[in-house]
Design a protein around this ligand. Structure first.
Ligand code: MOS
Length: 697
């Protein structure tokens, strides 16, 4: 596919990932794979109490083991400037805010030696009483002013309670989503080394620019003394969106030992260390007239935060976008607990929030005796309900109609529990998806070289999405050049600064800067006569003030998810037969990598619906499902037929490519479509995820 010589067709083409061969042959280097001479390895020691203080750390046995170089403790670890993100204040004092908090770090010649010595570190604690129980009635619960991503904690229009009480048809239901873990295939890993007062880290992160800023601040270095390499990253799903303790600890260990140090965070310690999706308890009240038009929508979320820093999963936020209603309440309450800090996990807010909203809409359809596709179409708003702004583009109805047509929805018998195949009950379900479409400023350079090739440079990160490839496509399109003449350099902090791969904003943000740098270069080349100078001609673009400008439009991506399941009445097992997602997400820039984002997201939604479950143990203040043997991600056999497609959408109000983000919307709505299908199959409404056999039976 590379070597496409029709530049006008390059945008949207199913171009293969440029680094694909390197990845499948093992040549691509991940953060723990840089064989620096003299490299040592670190292993953390997690706190064994849920709250209290470290009273002593005895390192004598650990230091006596072969190959052990050092043990860093809260008493003697290098001091850091106070971080803005308090989860990074590791080994800075004796306090233990939650179980799993790092209380010591062993450095040794090999990972095995470090792991063995970590078990020989003797930590004694002064324990204090802790509270790790999410109770919606907790007297400490409060309404946050803002949620994650800066959304207001509460939005209220009209008279929601009164309108609900007066509604002809009412649904009042509570849904629960458990804690969920990101578990990227590559655990959080960093290799650090110092050269005098210059620090270099190879780190598994969604964005090196922030890593550099944070390390410079913590170690009190000028930013140009910190180099951050994020060349290949084995997934993140939000857990690598900002620097996590691994990179800080690796830098501390390297400073202490004078050696390059790799810290590959053990899988079992990730859940307490790198963030997780906080559990939510979500009460939905929907009131409607007999015609199905909503008269009241109330979405009230209770969640928890750690005491280390406030994080509020914004699960009620999608209810401000989806449906026309004269009375709206969307609010959050948060309980501070002695628990590991929650953080970003793919589609924070939308993934759990749309599970609850789209399940409740299905319940309303049943109460009305109305088809759930038709009910959604009937409540399509003309403007964004929260802001009153017009949508930059919104094709949810088209997604629902196209999905229904392809799925064969018209043949569905609406009555639940009517399709049987032996011991199996078969059902189908639908749900809508949404995710905000935004961009942030970025800087890129483009250079035309005398040999007829082009170099595009930007500190973007490819977390497995194909960012290198799609940026080359954007560049080739703007330059009017063949794709194989364009080189993209990303994943290094010496490159022009850009924000992270997160919030489904990576490609929109980086692509904007790349597009503009290349368009300007094309114009300069068109005006240039004669051969190029030896070092070529270059341009540099910064999209500050444009990519972050306020818009008079409400900008969101939309989609519709359709699912068919078979529920085994003997074993209680739910098997997915079909999943179809139809999305309206602006212009698709690479059909191959886009499809992969959608089906990957939908597979993650399948896991959320059916297999993924974590339990915060109240007694220990820690998760019981801390490894991949107990935390069940869907395996290939669980994922039979996932199909994703999109409708043509041209949105001029977003960015020069007309694209919306696609990294997160695939997970949104999948769990509701599956839950609705299970209800259609069985006639029973299960409101707590996941829908494991023990719950179904
Ligand atoms: Mo995503 S959860 O914004 O990395």
């Amino acid at each position: 596919m590379t070597g496409n010589s029709a530049p006008h067709k390059v945008l949207g083409a199913p171009v293969e990932r440029r680094e694909g061969l390197q990845k499948v042959t093992g040549a691509a280097r991940y953060a723990g794979e840089y064989p620096l001479p003299g490299r040592a390895h670190a292993w953390p020691v997690p706190a064994a109490i849920a709250r209290g203080r470290v009273s002593a750390v005895d390192v004598s046995d650990a230091l006596a083991l072969p190959g052990v170089l050092a043990v860093l403790t809260p008493d003697d670890a290098p001091r850091l400037a106070a971080p803005e993100d308090a989860t990074l204040a590791v080994l800075q004092g004796p306090g233990v805010p939650h179980r799993g908090w790092c209380v010591a770090l062993v450095v040794a010649e090999s990972p095995e030696a470090a792991r063995g010595a970590a078990r020989a570190v003797r930590v004694t604690y002064t324990a204090e009483p802790h509270d790790a129980d999410l109770d919606p009635g907790d007297p400490d619960a409060y309404e946050p002013r803002e949620t994650n991503a800066g959304f207001p904690g509460r939005v209220e229009h009209g008279d929601p309670a009164g309108a609900f009480a007066a509604a002809e048809v009412r649904v009042d239901v509570t849904y629960r989503v458990p804690p969920l873990h990101n578990h990227p295939m590559e655990p959080h890993t960093s290799t650090a080394h110092w050269d005098g007062d210059r620090l270099t880290v190879y780190t598994s992160s969604q964005g090196g620019t922030t890593v550099r800023e944070v390390l410079a601040q913590l170690f009190e270095l000028p930013e140009d003394h910190v180099t951050v390499v994020t060349e290949h990253v084995g997934g993140g799903f939000g857990a690598k969106g900002t620097p996590r303790p691994d990179v800080v600890l690796a830098a501390m260990a390297a400073r202490r030992t004078g050696r390059p140090v790799t810290l590959a965070y053990p899988r079992r310690y990730l859940p307490t260390t790198v963030g997780h999706r906080a559990p939510t308890v979500q009460r939905l009240r929907l009131g409607a007239g007999g015609d199905g038009r909503l008269t009241a929508l109330l979405h009230e979320v209770t969640t928890y935060t750690s005491r280390v820093r406030e994080f509020v999963e914004q699960a009620a936020v999608p209810s401000r976008v989806m449906y026309a209603t004269p009375a709206l309440l969307s609010s959050h309450r948060v309980v501070p607990l002695d628990v590991p800090s929650p953080s970003w996990m793919r589609a924070p807010g939308e993934a759990p929030g749309m599970y609850a909203l789209e399940s409740a809409v299905d319940e309303l359809a049943e109460a009305l005796g109305m088809d759930p596709v038709e009910l959604r179409i009937r409540n399509e708003p003309e403007r964004e309900p929260e802001s009153g702004k017009p949508f930059s583009s919104r094709h949810l109805v088209q997604c629902l109609r196209e999905g229904a047509r392809r799925f064969g929805w018209a043949e569905r018998d609406q009555r639940p529990g009517t399709r049987r195949e032996g011991p199996l009950l078969i059902g189908t379900g639908v749900a809508a998806s949404t995710y905000p479409a935004a961009a942030v400023p970025a800087t890129a350079t483009a250079r035309a070289l005398a040999d007829g090739t082009f170099a595009v440079r930007i500190n973007a990160t490819d977390i497995g999405t194909g960012a290198r490839t799609v940026l080359a496509q954007i560049a080739a399109d703007a330059l009017g050049a063949p794709l194989d003449r364009v080189r993209t350099e990303i994943g290094h902090s010496d490159l022009p600064s850009a924000w992270l791969a997160g919030g489904s904003m990576g490609t929109a943000s980086w692509g904007w800067a790349v597009h503009d740098a290349c368009a300007e270069l094309a114009a300069r080349l068109a005006a240039h006569t004669g051969p190029l100078p030896a070092d070529g001609i270059g341009t540099r673009t910064d999209t500050a003030g444009r990519a972050d400008a306020d818009s008079p439009y409400a900008r969101h991506a939309f989609g519709a998810q359709f699912a068919e399941v078979a529920v085994d009445t003997v074993t209680g097992e739910t098997r997915v037969r079909r999943l179809l997602g139809i999305f309206a997400v602006g212009r698709i820039l690479n059909s191959r990598t886009a499809r992969s984002q959608f089906t990957g997201g939908m597979t993650m939604g399948l896991g959320m619906a059916l297999t993924e479950h974590s339990t915060l143990d109240r007694a220990f203040g820690d998760f019981t499902e801390a490894d991949l043997a107990s935390y069940h991600l869907p395996a290939h056999a669980d994922v039979p037929d996932v199909e994703a497609d999109w409708i043509d959408e041209d949105d001029p109000h977003l960015n020069p490519m007309g694209s919306k983000g696609i990294g997160e919307i695939g997970i949104v709505g999948t769990a509701a479509a599956l839950g609705n299908a299970v209800h259609h199959a069985t006639g029973i409404r299960f409101r707590d995820l996941p829908l494991t056999p023990d719950r179904i039976l």
